[in-house]
Design a protein. Structure first.
Lengths: 131, 131
DNA sequence: CCGATCTTTGACAACGGTTCTCAACAAGCG
DNA sequence: CGCTTGTTGAGAACCGTTGTCAAAGATCGG
């Protein structure tokens, strides 16, 4: 039941802290390897899974189904505006939307409501670069 | 470039029409097989892919990443409230949310904005059944 | 009708992200 | 220290999905 602090777990958290944007488990793994910290891929997955469960990281699914992870500034519920090219992320919240979502769902007799609201776009830098 | 009308494609569309809720490609395949219509799994995937491209069906990702398909009543942009237990679906739209999404994204200098807004919950029937 | 043409099909292999397996390993504790 | 028990990692397994390619069939000009 513990939750031992191992070299590997520390490394994953540190790597996440250095990355501002959403990254895949494989990208994290790659980054760790590149800096000399050898950590197994399975371990990276397990660490991310644990962190996600503890709400220490946010998870979201890319359009191709891959899971992306990010250490967000705020731990409270929020959403994201993500650049689909470079992964640049802006945290956003929309109290209006939250209210709307639960009202709509409740009106239909639904319970345990959860919502997925993510915004994808192309950030100014990537738009300029693609020119 | 054609788009030939084959027995298989017709079968997939018909099966979709009979299912009110979001179903996976494999469930569709299973259903077709069960009713005697033999269609290859790859063909089901291809048909769904084509239909999705033509906006004939809506696609959404289940929490485990599996793609779910549904023939929706309206072809215009809309969202869904889905029961995570039985798949029961209610089409919803939120003009307020649409406006909010594009405003927020534009304010951050993002382009080609796209949003994912889906609501998940447990419908009244499933809640009663789970008791 | 009849082929010729050219898309579609389907069984199966391949793919890619993620999870499982299990023996070797190391945190934390007394 | 030793022990106990959670953790690691290399590779296999998993599973939804897509690719392969020869055979089948839809469409069309004649």
């Amino acid at each position: 039941m513990a939750a031992r602090m191992t070299r590997q777990r520390t490394a994953v958290v540190e790597a996440l802290d250095e990355m501002a944007d959403f990254r895949s488990a494989q990208q994290l793994h790659e980054a760790l390897r590149a800096r000399g910290e050898s950590v197994g891929l399975a371990t990276v997955y397990r660490a991310l899974q644990a962190l996600a469960e503890a709400s220490e990281v946010d998870v979201l699914r890319a359009e191709d189904g891959e899971s992306l992870y990010r250490r967000c500034a705020r731990r409270e519920h929020h959403h994201h505006l993500v650049c689909r090219m470079c992964g640049r992320t802006v945290e956003i919240d929309g109290p209006t939307v939250e209210a709307w979502a639960s009202k709509v769902a409740a009106a239909q007799g639904f319970d345990d409501i959860e919502h997925t609201i993510e915004l994808w776009g192309t950030c100014a830098d990537c738009r300029a670069a693609a020119r």
